[in-house]
Ligand binder design. Structure first.
Ligand SMILES: [Zn+2]
Length: 266
């Protein structure tokens, strides 16, 4: 009888440990400013709302440290813009470079194992070739979507894993790519689990502004409005299931509240 009690006590101790083990986490998440701009009219992003009003956007890159390697999510505007800014005040500018921020974190581009972009618009793929050795994780639908001039979205020589939907990056559930098409054919978002911060959903451009998310407003810039709407619904479900925060790539007020390198989220 006594031994049974001991076994029961041991099991009770073991169960929390088992459930923690099932909920693997990444170690760190860095939030990096990868561009900024003032758009003269917010209406393309908020159809029928605030027409004619200017808006400030940021552009964000994220670096994730996992026990088995580093990952970069979105690469922002090309670093070259930092040295040669455009004369147009509404054009994207860069106040710092991604290469410089990696240096601040203490890693080199060659240390990056996995590279993924939410989609292939220029403000997200500007520095993909800073990481020529990193395994690119991209939806097949995005990879196969040609540029307007017919050229490919990525250098054909870049190592790539073409995805057909959701993907478990480190095979332990800590970092999950979610297929969220609509803004582009193969748009994706990223769910990151952290030990202290908890779960965070990195939006990509499935949503650009917190106000749009709250109003479930779909911007005019879409390849498929129905899919964009369905993806937002799916993201809301994933957030509810995982008690996740939503970090919106281009939302400046939110970006200004965030820690930046050398600080990070755990
Ligand atoms: Zn964007």
């Amino acid at each position: 009888m006594k031994s049974l009690c001991i076994i029961a006590a041991l099991l009770a101790l073991a169960w929390p440990a088992l459930s923690e083990a099932a909920q693997a986490t990444a170690e760190r998440l860095y939030v990096i400013e990868c561009g900024a701009r003032m758009a003269p009219d917010v209406a393309p992003w908020t159809p029928g709302v605030n027409v004619g009003k200017p808006i400030d956007f940021v552009d964000t890159c994220y670096v994730i440290k996992h026990g088995t390697g580093w990952m970069v999510w979105d690469t922002g505007l090309p670093d070259a813009i930092f040295a040669a800014p455009a004369a147009d005040p509404s054009a994207w500018r860069r106040n710092k470079t991604l290469a410089g921020e990696l240096d601040r974190i203490g890693i080199k581009p060659v240390d990056v194992k996995f590279l993924a972009v939410s989609h292939t618009h220029p403000d997200h793929v500007g520095n993909v070739e800073l990481f020529p050795q990193a395994m690119l994780l991209v939806q097949q639908a995005e990879y196969d979507w040609p540029n307007q001039d017919g050229s490919p979205r990525f250098k054909p020589s870049h190592p790539v894993t073409k995805l057909q939907g959701d993907h478990d990056v480190f095979s332990d559930g800590s970092v999950m790519i979610l297929s969220t098409p609509g803004h582009t054919p193969g748009h994706q978002s990223l769910l990151v689990r952290l030990p202290q911060t908890g779960a965070v959903l990195l939006s990509g451009d499935a949503v650009h502004l917190k106000d749009n998310w709250d109003a479930k407003r779909v911007p005019a810039i879409n390849v498929d409005k129905e899919k964009s709407s369905a993806s937002m619904q799916h993201m809301a479900e994933v957030m509810a299931q995982n008690n996740a925060q939503l970090w919106i790539n281009h939302d400046k007020p939110q970006g200004e509240t965030m820690k930046h390198p050398p600080d990070y989220y755990q």
